[in-house]
Design a binder for this molecule. Structure first.
Ligand SMILES: *Cc1c(COP(=O)(O)O)cnc(C)c1O
Length: 390
């Protein structure tokens, strides 16, 4: 069988390897605390389920949906952006439904990169950016983001020689895996950079609603001139515990949204209408639901962070996302430490290098697991004397 070169460029999906390691440990009878994949463990709220149940019984939801999304969903998205970010969007030309945001992100590279074109990507970063750059025949140019630069891309460090070939810049705040929140000045610098070099800014805002200490993260579209050069990817997955439902949206610059829509019309046939109706209902309840959900995550974050501090870690509290990004103890490589955590303590975490070369030396923990399991994880760290400052 002949397969494409494209296939050879794709590394195995990070979580596929982790699932394998998890299965091996489970087969040995180890009770594993899964702090690996970031997938909300609490259910989709009832108001969403009820809306879906009602919609699915209506035969008008059973045929092909409009590829760009039903008008009611796009309107609900525009209204939510107005209410949440004070950003006005035209539902017709500036909002596109997605089969989850990963779908839209993948298709963005096919839309905006010709073979050989460069995508500027954060490292560490969400693995789909790099892989889909490669699938599109593009060339990833990774920029390190770290504690020293507040996990913000330093545009002065980008080699000017690559700029004429660069067509897309991806940013992700609040960030997976780092939990970083960008400053207002960073968004302003990013827009300036994009405009100056004619590079489309793709902002992945999957975690805008998972935040702590009452400070809501921002949309890039809140900043002046953003709509000239930026689109934003969003999803109901993390916000409403709907990862399995597959519903997201791309919003922003109309020309870019239309172009992405054109690729999509030829690749998929849109989102099941009943799911979009469930999405319409979800946005109506976002305020109280998100407040309660974030209270729950904040308790969990505090349990884990207190435990880590007692074990010598000095990692600051994440301000957003359900991730904790921490350094591995001295003398360890990321993967080695991950294996050690699993073998010694039965705790599954993700090695930082899975998010790029600059993630080496770190590991990621997800708090999408109940309080008592996080308490048990902390207990095991103590029992097995797993410390940062050994
Ligand atoms: C989870 C995640 C997504 C994708 O979510 P979907 O379920 O496809 O909407 C996109 N970006 C980041 C950074 C994520 O963590």
């Amino acid at each position: 069988m002949k397969k494409t070169h494209r296939i050879d460029t794709i590394p195995p999906y990070l979580f596929a390897q982790i699932d394998k390691k998890k299965a091996e440990a489970q087969a040995k009878g180890i009770d594993i605390i899964n702090l690996g994949i970031g997938d909300p463990d609490t259910p989709t709220p009832d108001f969403v389920i009820e809306a879906m149940a009602k919609a699915i019984r209506d035969p008008r939801t059973h045929d092909y949906p409009p590829y760009e999304g039903i008008p009611e969903f796009r309107k609900a998205v525009a209204e939510w952006y107005q209410d949440r970010f004070n950003v006005s969007l035209d539902p017709q030309s500036e909002v596109l439904s997605l089969i989850g945001s990963k779908e839209g992100i993948a298709h963005a590279f096919l839309t905006f990169l010709d073979p050989g074109d460069i995508a500027i990507l954060p490292d560490p970063g969400y693995p789909a950016y790099k892989v889909n750059t490669l699938i599109a025949g593009g060339v990833p140019y990774v920029v390190p983001v770290n504690e020293e630069n507040n996990y913000e891309i330093d545009f002065d460090k980008i080699d000017p020689a690559i700029l004429p070939k660069a067509n897309v810049l991806f940013i992700n705040y609040p960030g997976n895996p780092t939990g970083a929140v960008a400053s207002d000045e960073f968004f302003e610098r990013t827009i300036h950079f994009g405009k100056k070099h004619n590079i489309l800014i793709c902002m992945d805002n999957a975690y805008s609603e998972v935040y702590f200490d009452g400070k809501p993260p921002r949309s890039i579209l809140e900043f002046k001139g953003a709509k000239d050069i930026a689109i934003e990817f969003h999803t109901l997955s993390k916000t409403f515990n709907m990862t399995g439902w597959r519903l997201g949206m791309a919003v922003g610059n109309a020309e870019a949204i239309q172009a992405l829509g054109k690729i999509k019309t030829n690749m998929d046939s849109g989102v099941f209408k009943a799911i979009q109706w469930a999405g319409v209902e979800a946005f109506k309840h976002y305020k109280p639901f998100i407040a309660a959900q974030n209270d729950l995550y904040q308790v969990r974050r505090d349990i884990l962070m207190k435990g880590l501090r007692e074990q010598g870690w000095t990692t600051p509290n994440p301000k957003a996302t359900f991730y904790v990004w921490a350094k591995v103890p001295k003398g360890y490589a990321s993967e080695q430490f991950t294996m050690d955590m699993l073998d010694r303590a039965g705790i599954l975490v993700v090695p930082g290098n899975g998010y790029g070369q600059y993630g080496e030396g770190y590991f990621r923990m997800s708090i999408t697991t109940p309080n008592h399991r996080l308490e048990e994880a902390v207990k095991r760290l103590k029992e097995h004397n797993i410390r940062f400052d050994v």
